[in-house]
Design a binder for this molecule. Structure first.
Ligand code: FAD
Ligand code: DHB
Length: 391
């Protein structure tokens, strides 16, 4: 097989890249090791920056998002029961959109297949080869047959556990990592959300987040030890814990029920540099991970892909490689700022087992500073709605 850009990974990064390239007449094939149904069932992120909303719109797949998505113009921070609203519209004149990553992925897969894009699901032993040459290949096995796709460029959009990053030699790849000593236990429930807006809460018993997927479907998270298993969390235990952490005032409106999705996610900060090796480009979780506090993982993946598509379009349409040459540098500059914000939000809002009284007072002082300072709230809001692609 032959194509211009071979994309490893059919998550939001790979799919959106394929769509943006297709819209400019550039061909791509996507290879993923999972089945379509597994990919479409994964429950992950829920908040889109407005830049991401516009990117999906521009790519021509914004129709259902605008019909079903919920624009939010603010959210609450809570600290031991005290509330401070971050008014995004008043502070930075922007909003965010609550629309699940699951829906973004479903919309993109449907559109790509309808337009005739080849997506190879359930591929085994996927491997980028000859990435330093000008005819790199992606090899995979399916139904016992081994296939090679020859291309000009490979986009490694295969997430944190993918193969793309691993093909970069160890003496070239630098990695930076911080693993947090807790995880997030998340549930989905078919009940209206406790509040019209998201609530991020720090409580002595740990972090909690009230989010949603629609006016009738809620998504809640509580901080838990990394050693916990989903089975340790009965619905009853989850609701009791959530109610304590969000405080009696908010909990008075909490509608509980049988959860239909439960999972525990670890929290990690991770960056790999550079994001390009030869004709292999890394995008999204393949290159970096942020802890979920602040909802940046998906948005960062979308930003990478916007930057890469611009470079590839310049290459194919105008034989200009300046954007492509600058890809890694342009992305990393923004990636580190978003890493900083996610680390800051995570540090302010969680209970760290190793924190002394001093650090706990620092967290409270941070909250009080935000609550009393428009400048501080504005800085937080500017990051939450999304930094520009280049600044
Ligand atoms: P992915 O969505 O991970 O897609 C990678 C694709 O590559 C997958 O389809 C995978 O099957 C495929 N793949 C992997 N290995 C191979 C291989 N060897 N060969 C071929 N294909 C391969 N972010 C938030 O902002 N908020 C959240 O609440 C949140 N929750 C999360 C919960 C979980 C459990 C996880 C894992 C992530 C969560 N994130 C969250 C992060 C966010 O979902 C990611 O940042 C986003 O999915 C990144 O998109 P991506 O396309 O780069 O990678
Ligand atoms: C969701 C996840 C986040 O990490 C976040 O900051 C906000 C919302 C969610 O899954 O709804």
């Amino acid at each position: 097989k032959k194509t211009q850009v071979c994309i490893i990974g059919s998550g939001p990064a790979g799919l959106l890249l394929s769509q943006l390239l297709h819209n400019e007449g550039i061909s791509s094939i996507i290879v993923d090791r999972q089945s379509r149904s597994r990919i479409e069932e994964r429950v992950r992120a829920g908040v889109l920056e407005w830049g991401s909303v516009e990117a999906l719109e521009d790519a021509g797949i914004g129709e259902r998002m605008h019909r079903e998505g919920l624009p939010h113009s603010g959210f609450d921070l809570a600290f031991d029961g005290d509330l401070h609203r971050i008014d995004l519209t008043a502070l930075v004149d922007k909003r965010v959109m609550v629309y699940g990553q699951t829906e973004v992925t479903i919309d993109l897969i449907a559109r790509r297949l309808k337009q005739g894009c080849e997506i190879i699901f359930s591929a085994e032993e996927v491997q980028p080869i000859d990435v330093k040459s000008d005819a790199p290949k992606v090899r995979y096995t399916k139904d016992g047959e081994t296939v090679e796709i020859t291309c000009d460029y490979i986009a490694g959009c295969d997430g944190f556990h993918g193969v793309s990053r691993q093909t970069i030699p160890q003496d070239i790849l630098k990695t930076f990592e911080r693993v947090y000593p807790f995880g997030w236990m998340g549930v989905l429930v078919e009940k209206p959300p406790v509040s019209d807006e998201l609530i991020y809460a720090n409580h002595q018993r740990g972090f909690a987040l009230c989010s949603m997927r629609s006016p009738t479907r809620s998504r809640y998270y509580v901080q838990c030890p990394t050693t916990d298993k989903v089975e340790d969390w009965s619905d009853a235990r989850f609701w009791d814990e959530l109610a304590v952490r969000i405080g009696p005032q908010v909990a008075a409106n909490l509608e509980t029920g049988d959860s239909f999705e439960k999972s525990i996610a670890p929290l990690r900060s991770f960056v790999a540099e550079p994001m390009r090796f030869g004709n292999l480009f890394l995008c999204g979780d393949a290159a970096h991970i942020v802890p979920p506090t602040g909802a940046k993982g998906l948005n960062l993946a979308i930003a990478d892909v916007r930057i890469l598509s611009r470079g590839l379009i310049e290459h194919y349409k105008r034989a200009q490689d300046a954007y492509l040459e600058a890809y890694s540098q342009t992305c990393l500059k923004r990636v580190w700022k978003v890493e900083r914000f996610s680390w800051y939000m995570s540090t302010m809002l969680h209970q760290f087992p190793e924190f002394s009284g001093f650090e706990k007072r620092m967290q409270r002082a941070e909250f009080d500073y935000l609550a009393g300072s428009e400048a501080a709230s504005q800085a937080l809001a500017e990051n939450y709605v999304g930094l520009p692609l280049e600044m």
